[in-house]
Design a protein around this ligand. Sequence first.
Ligand SMILES: Nc1ncnc2c1ncn2[C@@H]1O[C@H](COP(=O)(O)OP(=O)(O)OP(=O)(O)O)[C@@H](O)[C@H]1O
Length: 932
Amino acid sequence: MFGCKNGAGSKIMLISSPFGFLQMGAMGGDDLIDWEKMQGVGNGTEEKILVLVRLRPLNEKEIAQNDVADWECINSTTILYRNSLQERSGLPTAYSFDRVFRGDCKTREVYDEEIKDIALSVVGGINSTIFAYGQTSSGKTYTMNGITEYTVADIYEYMKMHDERVFALKFSAMEIYNEVVRDLLSSDNNQLRLLDDPEKGMIIEKLTEETLRDWNHLKELLSICEGWDIFLLDMRSPIPPLAQRQIGETSLNEKSSRSHQILRLTIESSAREFIGKSNSTTLAASVNFVDLAGSERASQAQSVGQRLKEGCHINRSLLTLGTVIRKLSKGRHGHVNYRDSKLTRILQPALGGNARTAIICTLNPSRSHVEQSRNTLLFASCAKEVSTNAKVNVVMSDKALVKHLQKEVARLESELKAPGSTCDHGPLLRKKDMHIEKLEKEMRELKKQRDLAHSRIDDLLRAIESEKSSVKANSIQSVNGVVKRNGSLDLLRSQSSQVSYSSDDASDPSQITEEPLLATAEDFDEVSTDIRCIEVDDSAKDGTCTSSRHSTSESEESTPLSSEPQLSPVSSAPLSGTDNIYSHVALEQNIQGSLFNPHSDETSPSASTSTTASGGLLLTRSRSCRANMITSPLDMGSDEQNESTPPTMLEKDFTGRPEGAFQRKQWKLPPVIYGTNSARLTGNDSQSTDYSSFIDETKNEDGDEDIPTLGSFVAGLREMAKLQFENQTADQVQLKDATDGNNTRDVALDPMNDWAIKFEMLQKSIIELWQSCNVSLIHRTYFILLIKEDMTDSIYVEVEHRRLSFLKETFSRGNFAIQDGRTLTLASSKKALRREREMLSKRMSKVFTEGERNRIYEEWGIDINSKRRRLRLVQLLWRDTEDLNHIRKSGEVVAKLIGFSVHGQGMKEMLGLSFMPPQRMMSRRSLRWITS
Ligand SMILES: Nc1ncnc2c1ncn2[C@@H]1O[C@H](COP(=O)(O)OP(=O)(O)OP(=O)(O)O)[C@@H](O)[C@H]1O
């Protein structure tokens, strides 16, 4: 679609229409155009370029030179090369085209039989192009002159026959000489520019467009262009003649065209009766007559100087034309290099665009030019494969256009609404609807995932915020000289506080106080990002304090550190205060680790302390923490691997890492809940550092049920506790050194009493948490049977508690946890637990004899005759979280159902579950997990 101005100056729109010649038919009724032949043309369907070959007779010169004609048209479509020598060369001898014309054929014949239809399409609003291609002196100009004349004559004839329409003819002429475009109707010799117009496409700037008065006017202009009547013009008028086409003499052609000439006739027509009315439409199209310069061999044309230069330009542009045609002949795939020459740029619409095109390939029949003739035929062969896509160009006034579009919309709407519509789009629409539905579903799913991730981030941010405010509050309390009970080492450690003890302080126990945090907002931010990494500051070695220290007088509030019962390396108040935050964030880091950084090797949530050279204890934020966090995933795994891994820049800087305190280990979790459809794993190596090894559901001997193995339970538990153990050991050693060094402080801990109270609390809480988090009954059973009264198990109890607390909190927020890289929700855990109960119920008859079963049913108050007694039993297991006896009995039933029994402490040692928390090394007093 492009805009232009009509004669009246009102704005018009030129659009391509699919009306085709159906509309033209109504205009017709004459015998000038074969409308029947043109049915379907211009309706947007592709049409191949019409390719004709025209032989010329040998000219006098050639005859005089005893040249012979080797080419012969054997029928109307085939031309044959008759030469015995050539036949043996293996090159083709016969070429077929739409039409071939013998040497004695008249141009009129060529026009009438083939060209006329295409050329006269222009009166029906279809662009057309006729061009002649061939070697120099083969008859291009001879042919095109005739074709142009006949076409124009017919156009005028057509106009005469159709006085119901008003026609407007415009003429322009240009040549491309040595790659310069010149206006042949202009007296100045200026070079014309080719411009790309967004609406009209390529336009030739300032090209003269003469509105034709009549046929004679056109003849006059044509003769000017061709320079035919140059002498006549000179004689008629003293005015210098207009520009003429470049013609020069070569040895092959006296009047050789040294340029490509394009004559353009534009015709607009409107129905007379509608002129000036709002619904008037105009057909507008152009016919181009293109007389190409001839390809030539410099040797044959004996070109030198100016002629040679012209010949080079001619050949180069013809080469580009050939390349474009060859490319188009293979289909319109990829880039077509129209812009490589002015010729192809101007002819672009004719070469595969909105135009009907005919190419007349002229041939010199003489033997001496056989090679050139073959090249021409090769070009012709490619050209016949090229398609164009001509459309009727209808110019409409704005009003007519709106009206037409409204009509079109109404037509399409009624077509869609009609039940018996010929074009049934139903199945297609349904398919599309289904596709849309599918995409919408996917979108919803993705949104859900995104929201979940957002809420996780929000939760973490909230946790960090609350942690910050806790730190702040604690700092304020300390500054005010009020150190609360929860301002213990644990708290300080968990909040990355700086606590320093100088040797001077050590001399006076009353001076050993918690260092208040004189933290800036910046520090708090760091606290959030450097999650609880505390290391020894080298500067402390010389006994200096790295943080400001406020000595406070001994008071009830400012209890000395050494006397704090919270000095236990594990938190003393598991469910409250900042310690709880510590637990949650630490666990969260581990549980959610895979969500944010599955390869993160930042594992230790706890602080590390170290004695200074002078016995002072200094806790600072770790500089290596970030380095750890940004360590490459490849930098994980065994300690040996870590040693061989080059340190990061940050690590290189850091030299003060205490040995053992920050060994990189993953704090892995055993599968608390077996509801994540984890993949079955082949390995069952409890030492494995692969997180997935903790989920190890294996088939039992019956091969029909999934029972989490003891191995997987133990491995996870042990790995997790080991890390905790190591960290705590480091803490304890440092703390002990600190207090020993002081020698004045009595670390009067009574861990046994402490643990006794704590154990009871934790035990109760864990049982409740198991229930509310839908933890596997088998896990619970393993836990209570293996981790029981021995105090050395306290580490397991505490870790279990922290983990469950975090899980419960996660579920209560409607969030998910990650276990084995899979999401775990409250619903999925519930489902898994139900499946486990079903599985256990099925094992009743396999494991117990009838007598045993009946005894159990009776014991559990179940009617032995009830149909669903087995299911009823497993549903009752682990239900009563208040009754420890019920818990013990439940554990016994489950243990029997899965074929598990524990034989004392020996088994634990065998399983590698024996860890002794550092502060209790000296004591082995036991507490009971379950009262029996
Ligand atoms: N079909 C024909 N019948 C008789 N004479 C012809 C025919 N075709 C060409 N000629 C004559 O051959 C000569 C060369 O023709 P023409 O100038 O048309 O060749 P051309 O291909 O245009 O050459 P160039 O590329 O050099 O311009 C002219 O004298 C012309 O009259």
